[in-house]
Design a protein around this ligand. Sequence first.
Ligand SMILES: [Mg+2]
Length: 228
Amino acid sequence: MTPDVGPVPAAVLFDMDGTLVDSEKLWTIALDDYAAHRGGALSEATRESMVGSNMTRSMVLLLADLGLPTTEDEIRRAADWVAARTAELFGQGLTWRPGAQEALRTVAGLGLPSALVTSTIRSLTEIALETIGRDAFDVTVCGDEVDGRNKPDPEPYLRATRLLGVHPADCVAIEDSPTGVAAAEAAGCTVIAVPCEVPLDPGPHRVLRDSLTEVDFTALADLLPRVA
Ligand SMILES: [Mg+2]
């Protein structure tokens, strides 16, 4: 039987916050502002545990850290407040992570399909896309588009590969957080893991790099598992 021969990898799947843009620092400002607004302060450990998570989980952690009730109503109001503040901050402009802009350009130049796979909600992602560029991706999957099955669940990555019509095992994902790496690995992708705010451990399906500038995007095929 002749194996399918397509582009290698079949697609490149990019996380957004902390991977393409340095937006985790803006999330920290918005979360700290909310804590102050409620008369408290967010602990560093809880902030770290939120990195890569979706809004609902982050709000539960935030409210619990502040000693506030985690009722549905509290979660919704906290999410609205933090989203509004983050929108203000995103609207002031986003800083690229080193090598990210070049990575997107190289992937596009090679004609490889690409996706944005983010835990951030669509409305905020659209603001970020003003900086990143909508044309950089064939598909975008946001945190409020996965039926609550957010990273570290594999669903965001699986949804992106379904929309692209590719097999996850043929894809390379780029991530910065333990939560995001876990999601991409659970989906079956090979992961280029570039830590931003939180350190990452080595693992069997991940390639650890200090910066995207160290990644040769013209040689991604070398990272994929070989089929015997
Ligand atoms: Mg991230």
